[in-house]
Design a protein around this ligand. Structure first.
Ligand SMILES: [Zn+2]
Length: 307
């Protein structure tokens, strides 16, 4: 399957009650997680994958794990690792997402693929949600309630949605939680994400399926919040010193966060934090290409994805 040999194969984790996490190691660039909620009469998926091969493998795993037909897919946000594989879904599948998820998918297309080396993308494309909402929507899998929640502010992106399963105390967080990877706020809001962490923690979920990395507990929300606070502190100091984001990143000791995958995201995160501290609204569009180029400079070359 493409360049999949460089990382371990995806695996299915049974969380009980017909709920499964589909984990794609090692959680770095474009290696996202997805989910399956299988009822007797219907199966609902949470997110898709970023390459055709990976999307087809996930759909096959979901079809095998489910008892009822796959009838709906929720996109947690517009990013291509979670949505490019929408195109492999059977025609007639209901695709649900935030209204701005649909808008961003249609506005950005698949251009992001040009920034990464490595993946064999296959036939991917843009198949945006055909059911959209703003704040909350409830989906039922037989008699199991799935609460789709947008926390009201840009965070990881402008259109983050959590799938909360109160009966089993499980939350599919999308990229509001990275477990073992560097959180990435370039297309959202650092301050909004910090607030969102508190709202997410208030759900009281016992188990989280993060957007990237292994299934975890609520402590992972605290880790994300701590990293984002570190970004804000660094940005405040950088602005005070008159130092540009790339320079601030290069001078920075990442400390405990150095062990996270994709550390070059600090550059994009600082750009977002600088803009917010300088008065830009949360989630305001930024010119992404020059910032991506700076991330590559920090990284020391092109960014490789093992997806
Ligand atoms: Zn994302």
């Amino acid at each position: 399957m493409g360049s999949m040999g460089k990382v371990a194969d995806p695996y299915l984790e049974d969380l009980g009650g017909g709920i499964f996490a589909y984990i794609q190691p090692d959680g770095s660039w474009f290696l996202n997680n997805t989910g399956i909620v299988a009822g007797a009469g219907t199966t609902v998926l949470v997110d898709q994958c970023g390459t055709e091969d990976r999307a087809r493998a996930f759909l096959a795993a979901a079809t095998a794990a489910g008892r009822g037909p796959v009838q709906a897919l929720v996109n947690t946000h517009h990013h291509g690792d979670h949505t490019f594989g929408n195109v492999v879904m059977p025609s007639g599948t209901t695709i649900v997402g935030h209204a701005r998820c649909r808008h961003e998918m249609m506005a950005t297309g698949t251009a992001i693929t040009a920034l990464f080396q490595g993946p064999e993308w296959g036939e991917i494309g843009v198949c945006p949600p055909n059911v959209t909402f703003e704040d909350r929507l409830t989906l039922w899998v037989d008699d199991l309630e799935l609460q789709l929640i947008h926390f009201g502010t840009p965070a990881h992106t402008t259109n983050d949605v959590v799938v909360w399963v109160p009966e089993h105390s499980i939350a599919f967080t999308g990229d509001l939680v990275f477990n073992g990877g560097t959180p990435f706020a370039l297309q959202g809001s650092v301050t909004g994400w910090i607030e969102t962490c508190d709202r997410l923690a208030a759900l009281g979920a016992a188990a989280l399926v993060p957007g990237h990395g292994p299934v975890t507990g609520p402590e992972a929300i605290h880790d994300v919040r701590r990293y984002l606070g570190f970004v804000m502190d660094t940005a405040r100091a950088g602005i005070a010193a008159g130092v540009a984001p790339l320079e601030a990143a290069r001078d920075l000791d990442l400390g405990p966060f150095a062990a996270l995958t994709d550390p070059e995201r600090i550059v994009g995160n600082l750009h977002r934090a600088y803009h917010e501290l300088n008065g830009a609204p949360r989630g305001a569009p930024l010119d992404l290409l020059p910032i991506a180029a700076e991330m590559m400079t920090y990284h020391g070359g092109p960014i490789v994805s093992h997806a």
